[in-house]
Write a protein that binds this ligand. Structure first.
Ligand SMILES: *Cc1c(COP(=O)(O)O)cnc(C)c1O
Length: 356
């Protein structure tokens, strides 16, 4: 019954996050969560944070966290925006930089939240074609774009675009904002944060959810020219003065401070990814080259949804998307090496049972 719904609410097509079923225990390789726990320093700080001071509002500008992020990336605090997960930072970016009159551009295969934001904020979009190997071809970007956004590495392909190519986009489109969603950058790519010092139209968005094992804490941030950051603050302060609670802020600060644990976990995941990739290639999978914490894979002899279902029956969850082209693939989150060994064993058994 939608009697009381606004016209806008009636037209919404919300994003569908990966399933989090509770019927049994699963090896979760479906939402790109980190297999390692948050750093001990983070957990200690969070415990300290649970105290009498919770009766107070947090700092509405999260100044301390911004300072720690700025220091880590060797930029100024005025170039940092923080939000309740990078999904919120992305939503604010759509409101702050994209107009409903001029269609924005993103790849035909990409993070499926972008069209959802376009839908709620009534922004038009046009998708551009990927190359035959699923890489981004910057010459395919529509010349009259009202804005550009894509993840680097792209999701769900995992394919990384060189910084030199991003620089070409920035010089080619100086009049519009280019948002680079670096949710997976810490797994082997090079961040383009450095380019924000040269290009005023670049906004880089990152998250603590994937590489810092804090998906449950909801912290994301953006880095860009002060004028872009001011626009984001203006939008944010028109929505919610306190998107980051004090517990999340204290945890996030500790996550940046514990550099050794962070690089250790990222290295392990990269090693595990290379291991899984070799094993899957031995099983004749087509595996796209990934610089993320997931692999996008396809097998000639077994339908992706069928393999998804068989894995689920065996207690392993991976992600299957229903849109054309990508429905031929599965996206598999890279876990610990022992989890990847288990996954490969399970695939081998499924293949044997189906004479693949
Ligand atoms: C996971 C993901 C995000 C969202 O991360 P949160 O910070 O948890 O909201 C943003 N962009 C892409 C491409 C992602 O895969």
């Amino acid at each position: 019954m939608k009697k009381y719904w606004s016209e806008l609410a009636k037209t919404l097509r919300p994003y569908e996050p990966g399933e989090q079923p509770q019927d049994r225990e699963y090896l979760k390789l479906n939402t790109n969560e980190n297999p390692f726990p948050p750093s001990g320093l983070v957990l200690d700080r969070i415990k300290e944070s649970v105290s009498d001071s919770l009766r107070l509002y947090p700092d509405p500008n999260s100044n301390k966290l911004k300072g720690v992020i700025a220091n880590y990336y060797k930029i100024e605090k005025e170039n940092v925006f923080v939000g309740n997960g990078s999904d919120e930072v992305l939503a604010f970016s759509f409101l702050a930089f994209f107009e409903n009159r001029t269609a924005i551009s993103f790849p035909e295969i990409t993070y499926s939240f972008y069209p959802v934001y376009c839908n709620i904020f009534q922004i038009e979009y046009r998708t551009f074609r990927l190359d035959y190997d699923f890489s981004i071809d910057i010459d395919e970007i529509y010349v009259n774009s009202g804005g550009i956004i894509f993840p680097n590495p792209n999701a769900p392909t995992g394919i990384y675009l060189e910084i030199s190519e991003i620089e070409v986009i920035l010089t080619r489109f100086p009049e519009i904002v280019v948002v680079i969603d670096e949710a997976y950058i810490d797994f082997g790519g090079v961040s383009c944060i450095e380019l924000t010092k040269t290009y005023q139209n670049l906004l880089v968005v990152q998250t603590f959810s994937k590489s810092r094992s804090l998906a449950g804490l909801r912290v994301g941030f953006a880095i860009g020219h002060t004028s872009l950051i001011q626009a984001l603050n203006t939008v944010k302060n028109s929505f919610n003065s306190y998107p980051l609670d004090s517990i999340a802020t204290d945890g996030a600060i500790a996550a940046i401070e514990d550099k050794d644990y962070f690089s250790h976990c990222c290295r392990q995941i990269v090693e595990s990814r290379e291991f899984l990739m070799e094993e899957l290639i031995l099983l004749s999978f087509m595996v796209l080259p990934s610089k993320a914490n997931f692999l996008f894979i396809k097998h000639e002899k077994m339908d992706a949804f069928m393999l998804f279902s068989k894995l689920k029956e065996n207690g392993i969850l991976v992600r299957h998307f229903r849109q054309p082209v990508v429905n031929e693939f599965l996206r598999v989150t890279v876990g610990k090496k022992e989890e990847m060994i288990l996954l490969v064993k399970c695939i081998k058994l499924i293949f044997e049972a189906h004479h693949v």
